[in-house]
Write a new protein. Structure first.
Length: 87
């Protein structure tokens, strides 16, 4: 987005409400890897999926496997600025 369009869009909104969540620091440890081993095969995968689970629960977001393929295509279409079709 160029600067002029960014300024125009900024002034179109009179009030913007945001919510900011501050999560505690979660360090990977053996308890996490032992009790959440169903989330992945490697330690990094377990840690990643545990973080995704926490953030999705706190922010009331759908889990990755609950998002349909059509929704993903719609999101990609918006990002690229053109309609992406399911082939």
């Amino acid at each position: 987005m160029d600067f002029v369009l960014h300024i125009a869009c900024t002034f179109c909104f009179g009030y913007i409400n945001t919510v900011c969540y501050e999560f505690p620091v979660l360090l990977p440890n053996e308890y996490l890897f032992k009790n959440y081993s169903h989330l992945g095969d490697s330690k990094s995968e377990i840690f990643l999926n545990a973080m995704v689970e926490i953030i999705s629960r706190v922010c009331s977001l759908p889990r990755r496997e609950e998002i349909s393929f059509d929704n993903k295509l719609e999101y990609i279409s918006i990002i690229h600025g053109e309609k992406i079709k399911n082939t």
